[in-house]
Every structure is written in C-alpha cells, then in structure tokens.
Design a protein around this ligand. Structure first.
Ligand code: NAD
Ligand code: UDP
Length: 312
C-alpha cells in the first residue's frame, strides 16, 4: 500500500485552509498545519490536535523553515481587504517572501507546490467574464495593490522556480469563496451581511450595491484545489462559481432568510473596488473535470447556521 502523502498547509488554521485540513485528514493523509494566527484560529483545527497524522506549527512564512514534505498547499495570506490593508507592507511581504520561502522548501525537498492565487490578479477587469488569458487591470499603487500585486509576483516566482529549478507548481486563481468558519469580523461581504442581519443591524452596502461578485461555496473550492494538486496542469486555473450577483442581490438574499425588515444602508465605495467579477471556468472543466455544485441559495444556509451558532 502507498504510504500517506505528507502535506504542508500554510494558512491551514484559516477559513479555506482548515476545510482543506479536514478533507486531507479524512482521506488518511499526513498534515502539517502552519499558521501565524493573524486571521486563523486554533479552534478551526482543534478537532485534529492529538491525531497521529496531524501537526500544528506556529510559524510566519516570511521566515524560512525546514520540513520534510511531499506537497505544499501555500495558502498563508490574509484574504479580506480589511485584514490585508491593516498592514499592507506585511501583506506584500507575506506574498512575496512567503512564496519565495515555500518555493525554496519545495525545491530542496522535491515537493509539489500549489499557490492560492486570486481573481484579484485581474484587478478591476475590463474583460468580462474573466478567462485565465486575461492579463488584468490592477492599480499598482492603490490600496488593494499590496494584495493584488503580491499575488501577481507570487505567480511569477512560481513559474520562474519551475523554469529555473524544475519545481512542480500548481496555481489556482480563487474567486470569492464563502462558508462556515469565516470570522465574524472578517470584513468580507458575505460574513458582514450575515453577522449584521443576525445582530439586527442594517446591512452596509458600499457604493450603490450594483457591483457584482460570483460566490463559490468553500466545499466546491476545496474539491477544485485537490483536483488541481493531483492533476498535471500547472495552471493558472480559475476556481469559482460563475453565478454572478450584485451586492444588493446578495443583501436581499441574506435579509430575506434572517429578517426581511432590516434596513439596507449605503456607505462609500472603497477605492479600486472592482465593478464586476465572474470566472470563466472552461479550463477547470476541461483539465480537472471540476465545476461548482452548490448554488448561492444552497450555500447560504449552512453559512448562516454557522454564524448563528458562533454568535450565540
Ligand atoms: P484567511 O484569512 O481565513 O486565511 C489565511 C490564513 O493565513 C490565516 O490562518 C492566517 O493566520 C494565515 N497567515 C496570514 N499571514 C501569514 C503568515 N505571514 N505566515 C503564516 N500564516 C499566515 O483567508 P482565506 O479566505 O482562508 O484565504 C486562504 C488563501 O486563499 C489566501 O492565500 C487567499 O489569498 C486565497 N484566496 C481566498 C479567497 C476567498 O474568497 N476566500 C479568494 C481568493 C484567494
Ligand atoms: N461590500 C459591501 N458591504 C460590506 C462589505 C463589502 O457592500 O459590508 C462590497 C465590497 O465593496 C465589494 C464586494 O462587497 O464590492 C465584495 O467585497 P469583499 O470584501 O467580500 O471581497 P472583494 O472586494 O475582495 O472581492
């Protein structure tokens, strides 16, 4: 019988990372979860502490680390604008130096590395929907640049490590993903609206609420990550749900499920906030046989249930 794979998941105590930990642990693999707990929590992986296949390491990816692993799932990086703008220099450093360190580790031990890149590499897109071939429209010096440009240079580093050193890379461009275990104060729109509604507060729409996003349920994303890592295509490959909604439509969905009487209030649109976003997922369909299975209506239910329990 083949021995279980040794997986390193950076950012493994975070929202997406902890769901990936669950999937790999359930499959009987070995998992090293590495996190500095900036936006992650031990509670997200507490169910595995003490399991012989599981290790938890407090570490910051901006510092090198020596480990023996077969696969590196490199997710460490704050993803919510509120969090990544809290210390933008650290965010850029996490993406650049963090990815550089993990690629160095991958090279040393011959591990395959999957980078969690983002739809933000497309910036405020002038091409809609966005295929992987679109090169993007990012403001290099705006308040989102620390994250967007950080991920762009992380992609660059991956391809240069592949070309120069033969490191096996897999790059996923993740579109807005939501689900249980987002932090109540995460700042992203799905968690904000649900938490506001559960607290009986007005829902805060930035700008007119006519900007769009396409929301992917976390289980669908994790399935895509696993197929990408196990497949042979290096990417970049978009993983997201093409169902596109205005932010106002999302607010209506949340409020009708929790309290239809709640007010919608309007606040200023943050700088460089993309007007529209929807993934083209033809490549994921062809290369990974992947497509989303959970609609926004379906995925909101367990997400609301999570926050109801978390706030209780
Ligand atoms: P998250 O903030 O919940 O998780 C990020 C994790 O990385 C946290 O546990 C955090 O503590 C950890 N981390 C941050 N900086 C670190 C550092 N310097 N060293 C070690 N650990 C560090 O966010 P998420 O939504 O789970 O996102 C995970 C990954 O997916 C990120 O790389 C993000 O950019 C990418 N992504 C997510 C989305 C989404 O919608 N969720 C969209 C696009 C890309
Ligand atoms: N947004 C909003 N109200 C909120 C939080 C976010 O209207 O309370 C908007 C935000 O301006 C953006 C969209 O929702 O247009 C998605 O924001 P999020 O931070 O979730 O993700 P990103 O902008 O990074 O895609």
């Amino acid at each position: 019988m083949a021995s279980p794979k040794r997986n390193l998941i950076t950012g493994g105590a975070g929202f997406v990372g902890s769901h990936l930990v669950d999937r790999l642990m359930a499959a009987g693999e070995e998992v090293i979860c590495l996190d500095n707990y900036f936006t992650g929590r031990k509670a997200n992986v507490a169910q595995w502490i003490g399991h012989p296949n599981f290790e938890l390491i407090r570490h910051d990816v901006t510092e090198p680390i020596r480990l023996e692993v077969d696969r590196i799932w490199h997710l460490a990086c704050p993803a919510s604008p509120v969090h990544y703008q809290h210390n933008p220099i650290k965010t850029a450093k996490t993406s650049f130096i963090g990815t550089y360190n993990m690629l160095g580790l991958a090279r040393r031990v011959g591990a395959r590395l999957l980078l969690a890149s983002t739809s933000e590499v497309y910036g405020d897109p002038e091409v809609h929907p966005q295929p992987e071939s679109y090169r993007g429209n990012v403001n290099t010096h705006g308040i989102r640049a620390c994250y967007d440009e950080g991920k762009r240079v992380a992609e660059t580093l991956c391809f240069d490590y592949q070309r120069m050193h033969g490191v096996e890379i897999r790059i996923v461009r993740i579109f807005n993903t939501y689900g249980p275990r987002m932090l109540p104060d995460d700042g992203r729109v799905v968690s904000n609206f649900i938490v506001q509604a559960l607290r009986g507060q007005p829902l805060t729409l930035y700008g007119t609420g006519s900007q769009t996003r396409s929301f992917c349920y976390v289980d669908d994303l994790v399935e895509g990550l696993i197929r990408l890592m196990n497949g042979s295509h290096p990417g970049p490959i978009n993983i997201g749900n093409p169902g596109e909604f205005t932010i106002r439509q999302l607010a209506e969905k949340v409020r009708e499920r929790i309290n239809p009487a709640l007010e919608l209030i309007y606040q200023p649109l943050p700088a460089d906030d993309p007007l529209q976003r929807q993934p083209v997922i033809d490549l994921a369909r062809e290369q990974l046989g992947w497509q989303p299975t959970v609609s926004l209506d379906q995925g909101l239910e367990p997400t609301i249930a999570h926050f109801r329990a978390a706030l209780a």
